[in-house]
Ligand binder design. Structure first.
Ligand code: UD1
Length: 419
């Protein structure tokens, strides 16, 4: 198992490019199950989650070839319609096979993913959505067993769910008749999925708004698509520059996808230069603590909460950070405290206070993907050496984060962890 070793203190500068979005490429990969043919994607990041998706797809009749940032997925009739527990538990996004398999074959068997480090994360809303499209669903031995010829229907989600919206959207494109998804997630990744589905021949209106209308079609054709840039990775890199007081430009991103982050960083005192496809955070020696609450898009993303908290450990004054999406997403707090941060976690709220002395390097443990990123960021400003262990979490969702940080002047390396 590897660890990331960081020597804190370097001020980052320079430019770096964002990779393709993890949360876009995964649903896109599962959408290929909707029709046979050769699907082609570009700007595909190299991530452990992408590899896991390939593995599951290969059991479902789809062969993935990942070459650099290009991926082709060749789909033929599925030899199996089952997403096994072993694969789903490793990567929750595997539940996105439910909608496409059910829509295409009239049946699907998908393991329940179970909880994860950041909360219980049920899939009840995905299941309700499939039922609203006419599926019969049984939960047996830890599996969702879904059957039925899908018909258009109306779905109103109680809670905004990104995965639920994507799963139902993929099911509805082949259902007979018209489907309305209300209180739909508006995340850019939902829009990216809808774009690809439309390239395949789906009829979708309103993606990116809270009401999506889908008119079912009889069949779809494989197409080509460029994955949108990863706004969470781009945000992490901007915070990396900011936390070191440096000037860092992130190229190949979509600035409007990062409006909520920039608004909060501006409130704290940071300034940006923003172009059509880049954001540059300017040097800033001192910033203040501000309050924030994570909310669905276009609000502040939960996936940047841990990284922003690292930034707030260096602020003058206190900040109150409220996590409204997941019930247990403060796993980074005890680890940040090991570095000397002054944080008081309550249920779903963390109060980050001024610290008199700088953070001090220490060995820390990554607990989930974004928590790992937050620890790496804190390590960039901690005195001495920080070791972030269990980096497999980081590898699930960041394409060579340490290489990108190194190119900006950070002293970061990956080493085998023999303990
Ligand atoms: C996706 C992202 C994840 C991000 C999250 C919120 C992917 C692969 N992952 O996860 O990085 O942190 O959106 O922006 O795109 N919920 C239910 N029942 C359900 C589904 C969700 O109660 O059936 C709850 C969840 O527990 C959570 C909230 O709804 O509290 C939002 O979750 P959701 O938007 O579905 O997250 P994911 O799609 O799993």
């Amino acid at each position: 198992m590897d660890k990331i070793v960081i020597k804190g203190g370097a001020k980052l500068s320079g430019s770096v490019s964002a990779s393709g979005a993890k949360n876009s490429v995964l649903p896109l990969m599962f959408s290929t199950l909707l029709c046979d043919g050769e699907h082609e994607f570009s700007n595909v990041p190299k991530l452990a989650d992408v590899h896991s998706a390939c593995k599951l797809l290969s059991e479902l009749g789809a062969e993935c070839k990942h070459d650099g940032t290009n991926m082709s997925i060749s789909v033929s009739k599925a030899p199996s319609i089952e997403a096994r527990y072993d694969l789903v538990r490793k990567m929750r996004a595997s539940v996105l096979s439910l909608g496409p398999l059910l829509a295409r074959y009239g049946e699907a068997v998908v393991s329940l993913p179970g909880g994860c480090a950041i909360g219980t994360r049920p899939i009840d809303l995905h299941i309700d959505g499939m039922k609203a499209l006419g599926a019969e669903i049984e939960i047996k031995n830890g599996y969702v067993i879904a059957k039925g010829k899908l018909k258009g229907g109306n779905i109103l989600f109680d809670t905004t769910t990104v995965g639920g919206t994507e799963n139902v959207l993929m099911a509805a494109v082949l259902a007979e008749g018209v489907t309305y998804i209300e209180n739909a997630a508006k995340e850019p990744e939902v829009v990216d999925l809808a774009e690809y589905l439309m390239k395949m021949g789906a009829r979708i209106e309103g993606a990116g708004t809270s009401i999506i209308r889908v008119e079912g079609v009889k069949d779809l054709k494989a197409a080509k698509h460029k994955v949108i840039p990863d706004r969470i990775e781009a945000g992490t890199l901007l915070i990396a520059g900011a936390i070191t007081g440096g000037k860092v430009r992130v190229n190949d991103c979509v600035p409007e996808h990062l409006d909520a982050l920039m608004a909060k960083m501006r409130e704290a005192g940071f300034k940006f230069e923003v172009g059509d496809n880049f954001i540059e955070v300017q040097e800033c020696q001192a910033w203040k603590g501000i309050d924030l609450t994570t909310t669905p898009h276009p609000g502040f993303p939960t996936d940047l909460q841990a990284q922003f908290m690292a930034l707030m450990t260096q602020a003058a004054g206190s900040s109150v950070i409220t996590e409204s999406i997941f019930e247990n997403r403060f796993m980074h707090v005890p680890e940040l405290k090991r570095l000397g941060a002054n944080i008081q976690p309550k249920t779903r709220v963390a109060i980050v206070k001024n610290i008199e002395a700088p953070l001090k390097g220490a060995p820390v443990m990554a607990t989930d993907l974004r928590a790992s990123a937050s620890l790496v960021l804190a390590g960039l400003v901690a005195e001495g050496q920080t070791e972030v262990k269990r980096v497999y979490h980081l590898d699930r969702g960041y394409d060579d984060l340490e290489g990108k940080l190194r190119s900006l002047g950070a002293q970061v390396e990956r080493r085998a962890d023999d303990q």
